[in-house]
Design a protein around this ligand. Structure first.
Ligand code: XMP
Ligand code: MG
Length: 184
């Protein structure tokens, strides 16, 4: 792992306020609906846990696990499903809860996967809409925060499995490479 520092981007208080506002909006939009919230492991687990505790309506929770980044900060390009849904979403309203939408390729793949199970609606709630590198059109119906770029950690997000437990969101700043060294 290259030498790096963490720079605070979004404080614990800002996150908590934003999560409460998102939950209020979701509860109002889905009032009386049969809502299933599908958390995308692992990065969204803390966001989802906080969201449902602020949500003033009944909701079923399920998880899916997609591997697309490995342990690096760059996408490997391939998408694999390592854990599928366990509940039926046939005729139901699905809200995917994801940590970050970046290029949008992961969400495009997941939307296709979910649409084949005949849900009534599928929408996306992402903690962070990282919009600068978007490669495919992908609406984020509920976005916690919009940031253009940068690799961020904390509040469930990791860098090589570290930093998920941080209460704020931090940007990973890589120290300038010295001559003769190389990324690895
Ligand atoms: P795409 O490009 O398919 O990628 O939209 C989305 C997935 O990449 C991960 N990702 C990150 N993970 N910090 C992370 O910990 C980041 O800054 C970051 N950017 C993208 C993320 O898991 C998401 O599922
Ligand atoms: Mg990740």
């Amino acid at each position: 792992m290259n030498a790096h520092r963490l720079v605070l981007k979004i404080s614990k208080d800002e996150i908590q306020n934003r999560v409460r506002a998102l939950a209020a909006q979701i509860a109002s939009d889905y009032q009386g609906k049969d809502l299933v919230m599908v958390g995308v492991l692992k990065g969204a687990f803390i966001f989802l846990a906080d969201l449902i505790r602020s949500l003033d309506m009944p909701v079923e929770v399920d998880f899916i696990r997609i591997a697309s980044y490995g342990t690096s900060t760059e996408s490997s390009g391939g998408i694999t499903l390592s854990k599928d849904l366990e509940c039926s979403i046939d005729g139901r309203d699905v809200l995917v809860v994801e940590d970050i939408v970046d290029t949008g390729l992961t969400m495009r793949w997941l939307m296709g996967h979910l649409q084949r199970r005949n849900p009534r609606t599928v929408k996306i709630c992402a903690l962070i809409d990282k919009y600068e590198r978007r490669a495919v059109e992908m609406p984020v119906h509920y976005a916690g925060f919009r940031i253009p770029s940068g690799f961020v950690v904390g509040y469930g997000l990791d860098f090589a499995e570290k930093y998920r437990g941080l209460q704020g969101i931090y940007e990973v700043a890589f120290d300038a490479m010295v001559e003769g060294s190389h990324a690895g």
